[in-house]
Design a protein around this ligand. Structure first.
Ligand code: SAM
Length: 179
């Protein structure tokens, strides 16, 4: 059965709300694979996160980057994920660890979320998605904002620093001054 027919059948059965929800859902651009905690810590250290920072994790999964940034570095954090299950897990993790007053989670598309208040952005996506995101990072983020990525680079934008953690490369870039 086609997606259109399923939606039509749901609407016909008086479940128009469910059909609308399904229509509104967008498929994630990359599947969920969590970053190991050791790597999370190494990336936050590479970005030199402090209690002055607002850390955005774009595609936040279970919220471990922003919860760790808050718990261990004193930062505030915002996680964005398109998958409602992940957002539910992230909010539970924040509540369980007592980080919920310093972090929040947005269910939505990372490409459509306002990220302008971030001072640090963490990524574990794909090089293709990093490249798609690059113009948004350059446009919305303030000069000096740090971006750290697990495993995936930014094409010809050379990183300021890299490191190896548990067999993966982690990368750091900084938004340049506007010329
Ligand atoms: C590889 S996981 C990384 C999770 C977390 N950042 C970590 O490193 O532990 C990628 C996450 O991005 C989310 N995602 C994929 N496409 C997205 C999009 N367009 N907008 C927001 N989140 C997205 C997925 O649901 C998944 O949770």
């Amino acid at each position: 059965m086609q997606r259109r027919q399923i939606l039509g059948a749901l609407a016909g059965a008086g479940l128009a709300g469910t059909a609308f929800d399904l229509l509104a859902q967008r498929t994630p651009d990359v599947i969920y694979v969590p970053t190991a905690f050791e790597t999370v810590i190494a990336m936050l250290k590479l970005a030199e996160v402090t209690d002055k920072d607002i850390v955005y994790d774009l595609g936040c999964g279970d919220g471990r980057f922003v919860v760790t940034a808050s718990q261990q570095f004193g930062a505030r954090g915002v996680g964005v994920d398109i998958d409602p299950e992940r957002i539910k897990e992230a909010r539970e993790l924040a509540k369980r660890t007592g980080a919920d007053s310093k972090v929040r989670f947005i269910e939505g598309d990372l490409f459509e979320t306002d990220i302008s208040e971030a001072t640090v952005v963490t990524l574990y996506l794909l090089t293709r998605l990093n490249l798609k995101l690059r113009p948004k990072l350059m446009k919305e983020l303030k000069p000096g904002t740090r971006i750290v990525s697990h495993a995936f680079d930014m094409g010809d934008w050379k990183p300021e620093k890299t490191a190896n953690v548990s067999g993966s490369t982690i990368y750091l870039w900084r938004i340049p001054a506007r010329g």
